[in-house]
Design a protein around this ligand. Structure first.
Ligand code: HEM
Length: 470
C-alpha cells in the first residue's frame, strides 16, 4: 500500500508541526520502554539527556535512544533591533521554561536543544558576535589564522553538487519516547509564539526493538511499503541493519562541549562554555541497493572495517576504545582491498588518538569516542514539511533516510570526521575513491540532500544568544 503525500503529511503548514501523518503509526506501533525518571537539576548543556537507558546487546553495551525525534528549522520573524530581539528572547526563554516545568530532560520526558546558525550571529547580533563567538584553537593553529568554532557547512567529496547548504537562523531538536510530548513542545514554541518563520519540519524515529519484538524502523518501512523493507532485520535499530549507539562509539557526557578537550575556550567571558557545535544533514538511503547488492559480509566490512571477523547476521559489533584504528590501518585496508569501513575510517578523527585529561578533570583514555550522534531514521522525502518545496526538492510519497544530527566540540572537528569518511585523513593522507564508490564505506548507498552547521549555546544562553548584550 503506497501512501499519498496527504497521508504522509496529514495536513499542511503549521498544522504539520503537531500533525503526525504517518508518524501517528509510530505511537500505535511502538511502545515506550519503561524508564527510571531521575529528579534533579537540569544539565548546563542543552545537548545532554539524562536517564538514558543502557542495555546489553550481543554482548555489547548499547545506549537506547529516544523513540521519536522532530527538528524544526526557522528564520526569525522579529523586527531588527535590540528591543524586539530582547523581547523575543524573553518570550522564547519563558516558553522553554514552561516546557521544562512539564517534563524531565530524559527520553521518557523530553529533550529540547536550540541551535543557532551563522546567519543569526551575522545578521541579528552582528554588533557583538564577532567579539564573543568562540574560536577553534586547534584549527586556528593548523591554519595559522583565527578559525571560528562555528563554520559554514561545506560539500564533502562524496556529496552531489545538488546538496543544499542551508542558511537557517535556528534549528530546534526535540526528542522523546512520547509523540505527545514532542507535539506539546512544538505547539509551545512554534504555534503559541510568533517569533519564528518555520522553514522546514523533519520527523523520525529510532530503535524500539531493544526489548525484543519488531523495531520501529522495520515497522515503519513495512507500513510505508519501502523497497527493501522486508530485508531489514526485524529488531534492527536503524534501516541499514546495524546498531549505531553502542556506548563505546558515543562521546561520554561532557566530551563534546566546546571547552572540555581544549579545542575552544567558549569565547569571550566563557559565554559559550558548556555549549557545543551541531551538524544537521538529511541523507537519503538506497535500502534495496544495500541489501540486494551487498551480502552480509560486505555490509559488515562496509559499516565497520574490512577484514574484521563478524558473526553472520550480527547487528552490534564491539568497537571499544582499544579496537579503534588510525590512519595506518585505514591505509593498509585500502591497499589490500581498495575499501575503507564507515567506523574505521571515521575513528581517525572520532576517537582520541592519545589519552587526555579534560578541562572538567576527567581522564579520557586513548580511543575514547568524541562525537555524540543523535541521528534517526525518517520517511520524510526529504522533509515532512518545507516552506520552499522547489529549493528543498520535496517529493511525493515516503522515502528511506536519516536526519543526521551530531554534536562535536567544533564544526572543524565534524569536518575532520566527515572528510575521513570519504578517505581524506586529518593528517592529509588521501585514499583516492570515485565519489560514492563501492569501497568508500556507506557512501555508495547514501545521498546527502541538505547540510548546515549550528552553534548550541549552554542552557543559560540558549534563547537568542548575545541579544541581551546589544
Ligand atoms: C545513513 C547514514 C549512516 C548510518 C546508517 C550510520 C551508521 C553507523 C553505524 C552502524 C555505526 C557503528 C556504530 C557503533 O560502532 O556503535 C556508525 C558509527 C559512526 N558514524 Fe555513522 N552512520 C551514518 C552516517 C554517518 C555520518 C554522515 C557521519 C558523519 C561523520 C557518521 C559518523 C559516525 C561516527 C562518528 C561513528 C562512530 C565511529 C567510532 O568512533 O567508532 N555516520 N555509524
Amino acid at each position: 500500500m503506497k501512501l499519498t503525500r496527504r497521508q504522509l503529511v496529514g495536513g499542511a503548514g503549521v498544522a504539520a508541526l503537531s500533525g503526525a501523518g504517518i508518524y501517528e503509526l509510530v505511537d500505535r506501533l511502538g511502545s515506550a520502554p519503561t524508564r527510571v525518571v531521575p529528579a534533579g537539576v537540569l544539565p548546563p548543556e542543552q545537548h545532554v539527556l539524562r536517564g538514558v537507558r543502557q542495555v546489553m546487546r550481543e554482548g555489547v553495551e548499547v545506549l537506547v535512544p529516544p523513540l521519536h525525534h522532530q527538528i524544526v528549522t526557522a528564520k526569525l520573524a522579529v523586527d531588527p533591533g535590540a528591543k524586539s530581539l530582547q523581547a523575543a528572547q524573553a518570550e522564547l526563554e519563558a516558553a522553554l521554561q514552561r516546557i521544562e516545568s512539564r517534563y524531565e530532560v530524559t527520553p521518557a520526558g523530553l529533550g529540547v536543544t536550540v541551535a543557532w546558525g551563522r546567519p543569526y550571529f551575522e545578521r541579528h547580533v552582528g554588533a557583538v558576535s564577532s567579539s564573543y563567538l568562540p574560536l577553534d584553537h586547534r584549527a586556528s593553529a593548523k591554519k595559522g589564522k583565527p578559525v571560528s568554532a562555528l563554520l559554514d557547512a561545506i560539500r564533502f567529496p562524496s556529496d552531489p553538487k545538488e546538496t543544499v547548504l542551508e542558511a537557517n537562523d535556528v534549528a530546534v531538536l526535540i526528542r522523546s519516547d512520547s509523540i505527545e510530548h514532542i507535539q506539546d513542545a512544538a505547539k509551545e514554541l512554534f504555534e503559541r509564539l510568533d517569533i519564528f518563520k518555520v522553514m522546514s519540519i523533519r520527523k523520525g524515529f529510532a530503535g524500539g526493538g531493544f526489548d525484543g519484538g519488531q523495531s520501529l524502523p522495520k515497522k515503519m518501512a513495512v507500513a510505508a511499503g519501502l523497497n527493501g523493507a522486508d530485508l531489514i532485520p526485524n529488531d534492527s535499530e536503524l534501516f541499514l541493519g546495524f546498531t549505531s549507539t553502542q556506548k563505546a562509539g558515543l562521546g561520554p557526557e561532557r566530551i563534546a562541549n566546546l571547552e572540555t578537550l581544549g579545542y575552544s575556550d567558549g569565547g569571550r567571558d566563557g559565554y559559550f562554555r558548556q555549549g557545543t557545535a551541531m551538524h544537521l544533514s538529511h541523507i537519503a538511503e538506497d535500502l534495496e541497493a544495500w541489501y540486494v547488492n551487498f551480502d552480509f559480509a560486505e555490509r559488515a566490512a562496509t559499516a565497520f572495517r574490512p577484514g574484521l571477523k563478524v558473526k553472520h547476521g550480527a547487528q552490534t559489533v564491539k568497537q571499544d576504545a582499544k579496537d579503534a584504528v588510525g590512519v595506518a590501518e585505514n591505509v593498509r585496508d585500502y591497499r589490500r582491498e581498495q575499501r575503507i569501513g564507515h567506523s574505521s575510517s571515521i575513528q581517525v578523527a572520532s576517537r582520541l588518538q592519545e589519552a587526555v585529561v579534560g578541562t572538567d578533570g576527567t581522564a579520557y583514555p586513548k580511543g575514547t569516542a568524541i562525537p555524540q550522534r543523535a541521528d534517526f531514521n525518517t520517511l520524510d522525502n526529504p522533509f515532512f514539511w518545507s516552506a520552499n518545496h522547489e529549493r528543498d526538492g520535496m517529493k511525493e510519497g515516503p522515502s528511506a533516510g536519516v536526519h543526521f544530527v551530531v554534536f562535536t566540540p567544533t564544526s572543524d572537528d565534524f569536518h575532520r570526521g566527515r572528510l575521513a569518511m570519504d578517505g581524506v585523513m586529518p593528517d592529509g593522507t588521501k585514499l583516492e575513491f570515485t565519489p560514492r564508490a563501492r569501497g568508500q564505506g556507506f557512501n555508495s548507498v547514501l545521498t546527502t540532500t541538505h547540510r548546515q552547521n549550528f552553534l548550541v549555546p549552554p542552557r543559560r544562553h540558549r534563547s537568542f544568544p548575545l541579544a541581551e548584550l546589544l
